[in-house]
Design a protein around this ligand. Structure first.
Ligand code: ADP
Ligand code: MG
Length: 687
């Protein structure tokens, strides 16, 4: 197989794998499995050791196991429904006898070869005092495929079985002669890495636990290497760059004196840290972490003001149109006539004219959405690139913003804290400022966790708040149509509230599937007070400021991460009115109770994030894309930190030798990071 053929094969759609076809292709796509590459990298979530053969006399109740035996008498079938029969077969292995039971469709006769030996896999349960074996699968002992081995257990979706998926993966792997390695022999020896081909095949069909572990380590190393390489690739050459220097930072005091409130000490300190960046030749690269409502916007505004007064331009990027609008209004108000400011989103009219003006330096600051990273947007002398709610952007989107200047200072703002050690590794030379105090006079948002029996009371409470002129949010989790019915979908919720619960109030619905301008319109009318109750999915999670909203109701609160709940709660309590958060939770259990307790007791986002990490682990925390990085399939940023360090070292070596990854030997690495970015946010920075 030549290289081109190899790549084409990897990109072959799943529909062309033996046994799949169009119908099952759709189901595989639901699992994000689109081509042979995806199948190869769809690693099992777990394994079951089915190598050990039990004696029937040793089988224990409740434990999954295998045993080898022959049928003793004829299969019995009892029809339960028209299409379900209970089958039972008495078997014997010389140490004892046991009834094996399973359900089958009576339409398809079960064929048993009496006198032959079978391997049975399943679990023994006691039924009226007698041990019976609940069968998962059986196969002839002289031709086993799924038993007598370490069997992979894959993540599934409706309509896909373990057997189908493992067969499909096996068929996919058979199409590839050898998976080409991104590491050469020397590197593999140095880090004790088995070959890629060996590792992938080992993952799906392990020979033993030790070999499996080696394979897994190799793939973790590779995954972290690719992640690290892509981050470093984006930053390559940055180190040597020199950025214009801001001489006169005294304007920060001028700015401060115009504010209607006094800055908190945390804000002052962070502003000083940003000023330090601006004064240096080396471009600053700073992450500002601060809880929801800690006042991060004014920090960015201060830096923008100082740059503008020194005749340099800034860019300020927000993840949604509504947020960009809000920042625009806000900053315009703070700056008055002192700073020339413009708004650029996809909705902006007369873009070409605006582009021209930006390029001519007629604006000091451009505030906008992703629209500002388009190629047409060029700056005269950009010196500061700010990204708000950084976790909503991909790493390369952020990089693209700062690439609008030869060298410029970078400021990213986030309300979702990540531990410092990790941030340093992920972001390398990133400096971190923490806004660890709230503006004075903030009221605590009273938070209650209730079950359905309080629903009427909760609604009466919402009604009371609306009657006194306030507004409310009601948030539902995202629901996939196949999921259970007791989870409220926003649409159902909306219909019910609008028609039955609050027929005299203005209720609006906002969800992620709507078009951007539609969303913004609805959000705008909520902001203007034309809507009383906004029913929504988590699309309102980030930064929107509606001071008149005082109630946040969250349905199925157990389904959200704590940091996310905290973000949502932060949408209220932004004005002078006392505010409330009502968490509906009908799930019992210790962990849920503990998590809800944290929400009702704590109002500190950092503490909440820490507890969330403790309770749910890093996997969940980072699985929710709170960090703006591609999802990791196999590595764990917390437990695999040593491997990450090794991988980081190797990346730096390679980039030193070949900064643009153009050498033939690095071709596969280059292809992998390119693919990662395309998959992650569909944004190609490589042209
Ligand atoms: P976040 O950190 O969540 O982005 P914002 O920057 O949106 O917070 O600030 C939230 C609100 O607090 C805004 O209305 C802002 O004007 C106000 N604010 C910021 N700093 C202070 C302060 N020092 N004193 C009083 N209010 C402040
Ligand atoms: Mg904000």
């Amino acid at each position: 197989m030549d290289f081109k053929n190899y790549i084409n094969t990897l990109n072959t759609e799943v529909a062309y794998v033996k046994g799949v076809g169009e119908k099952r292709k759709i189901m595989l796509n639901k699992l994000s499995l689109y081509n042979i590459w995806d199948l190869a990298y769809n690693f099992p979530k777990d394994y079951e050791d089915r190598r050990l053969i039990f004696k029937i006399c040793d089988i224990k109740e409740g434990e999954k196991c295998c045993f080898k035996a022959s049928p003793l008498n004829k299969l019995m079938q009892k029809r339960i429904k028209s299409n379900i029969a209970l089958c039972s077969l008495l078997v014997n292995d010389g140490t004892g006898v046991i009834f094996v039971k399973w359900f089958a469709n009576p339409k398809y006769p079960v064929k048993i070869d009496y006198g032959e030996e079978y391997v049975f896999y399943g679990k023994a349960e006691r039924n009226f005092g007698r041990l019976e074996f609940e069968l998962i699968l059986m196969e002839k002992a002289d031709n086993t495929k799924s038993t007598l081995k370490i069997a992979p257990v894959y993540h599934l979706t409706k309509g896909i079985t373990q057997k189908f998926l493992s067969d499909t993966i096996e068929n996919a792997l058979a199409k590839i002669d050898v998976f080409r390695d991104i590491f050469d022999d020397e590197t593999r020896e140095r880090y004790f890495l088995p070959s890629l081909d060996y590792s992938i095949r080992q993952m799906h069909s392990p020979t033993d636990m030790q070999e499996l572990k080696k394979a897994k380590n190799r793939l973790i190393f590779e995954e972290l290497f690719i992640l690290q390489m892509s981050l470093l690739y984006l930053r390559r050459n940055r180190e040597e760059k020199v950025c214009p220097v801001i001489d006169d930072i005294s304007y920060k005091d001028e700015f401060e004196s115009k504010l209607p409130f006094a800055l908190t000490d945390a804000q002052k300190r962070t502003i000083d840290e940003v000023m330090f960046d601006l004064k240096k030749k080396k471009p600053g690269n700073r992450l500002v972490q601060g809880d929801v409502g800690s006042g991060k916007t004014v920090i960015a505004a201060s830096a923008i003001y100082v740059c503008a007064k020194n005749n340099y331009q800034s860019a300020f990027m927000a993840p949604t149109e509504i947020l960009a609008n809000q920042h625009y209004e806000n900053l315009k108000h703070m700056f008055g006539d002192e700073v020339k400011i413009c708004l650029l989103t996809s909705a902006t009219k007369g873009k070409n004219k605006l582009y021209e003006k930006i390029e001519n330096g007629e604006f000091d600051v451009v505030i906008g959405t992703h629209a500002i990273i388009r190629d047409n947007v060029k700056f005269k002398n950009l010196i500061l690139a700010v990204t708000d709610e950084q976790h909503r952007f991909g790493v390369n989107q952020r990089a693209k913003l700062s690439s609008k200047a030869d060298a410029c200072n970078v400021l990213v703002m986030s309300a979702t804290p990540i531990p410092r050690t990790l941030a340093l590794i992920l972001y390398g030379d990133l400096d971190i400022s923490i806004v660890n105090a709230m503006p004075k006079g903030r009221q605590k948002i009273d938070t209650f966790c209730v079950n359905d029996s309080y629903r009427q009371r909760a609604y009466s409470f919402v009604e009371k708040e609306i009657a006194s002129g306030r507004q409310a949010y009601i948030v539902c989790p995202l629901v996939e149509d196949s999921e259970s019915l007791d989870v409220m979908s926003s649409e159902k919720m909306f219909e019910n509230l609008k028609n039955r619960v609050f027929p005299n109030r203005k209720v609006a619905l906002l969800h992620g599937k709507m078009k951007a301008n539609q969303k913004d319109e609805i959000m705008q009318s909520f902001k203007n007070g034309d809507v009383d109750i906004l029913v929504s999915t988590t699309v309102i999670e980030v930064g929107v400021d509606v001071p008149n909203a005082t109630v946040m109701v969250i349905e199925n609160a157990e389904r959200f991460g704590l940091s996310q709940l905290h973000q949502l709660r932060g949408r209220v309590g932004r004005g002078d009115y006392k505010s409330y958060c009502i968490l509906f939770c009908n799930v019992k259990g210790d962990e849920t109770r503990q998590r809800m307790d944290i929400m009702t007791k704590s109002s500190d986002g950092f503490e909440i994030a820490k507890k969330d990490l403790e309770l749910r682990g890093f996997g969940e925390f980072f699985g929710t894309k709170q960090h703006g990085l591609p999802e990791l399939k196999i590595a764990n940023l917390f437990t695999d930190i040593e491997i990450l360090k090794d991988a980081q070292g190797l990346c730096m070596e390679i980039l030193k030798d070949d900064p643009n990854l153009k050498k033939e030997k690095n071709r596969l690495i280059y292809m992998r990071i390119k693919a990662l970015f395309e998959k992650f946010d569909g944004n190609d920075i490589f042209n």
